[in-house]
Design a protein around this ligand. Structure first.
Ligand SMILES: [Zn+2]
Length: 137
């Protein structure tokens, strides 16, 4: 499985809004966009069921953000793309960007949890630390 799909599954699995459920007959993870709360579903291969679920770096890679799970979140494509455009506009107005980023990171932290052990998650890439309390610690 590709790195991006693995990270998307782990971002979802460590987000307390995501639960295992059957969607359109498919075993999936169902939760909410980190920004707008729109319902999103991902199968265990990291494919979206319904509206596209994307992997978002809350602190963008262009600003030094990395692949730590705390910096990764599941966002709907609409929010993720809109954020890309906003980043450009905001570079000039630093204060608002920092506040929005702090709010998104806080939301991610509040929703963070260790995934249930029974879930069929792929292995994490070797350079990404597992969440505290997980089997892989
Ligand atoms: Zn959204």
């Amino acid at each position: 499985m590709k790195r991006r799909a693995r990270l998307l599954l782990w971002a979802a699995a460590t987000d307390a809004t995501f639960e295992r459920a059957t969607v359109r007959g498919i075993d999936a993870l169902c939760g909410r966009c980190i920004h707008c709360g729109r319902p999103l579903a991902i199968d265990w291969e990291g494919r979206s069921i319904g509206p596209p679920a994307t992997l978002e770096h809350l602190l963008p890679r262009s600003a030094g953000g990395d692949d730590r799970l705390e910096n990764l979140a599941v966002a709907c494509a609409r929010c993720n793309h809109r954020k890309g455009a906003r980043e450009d506009a905001r570079r000039a107005r630093r204060g608002t960007a920092d506040r929005a980023l702090a709010a998104a990171l806080d939301r991610r932290r509040a929703r963070f949890r260790s995934p249930p052990r029974a879930w069929p998650l792929p292995g994490l890439p070797a350079d990404v630390n597992p969440p505290m309390g997980s089997d892989m610690e």
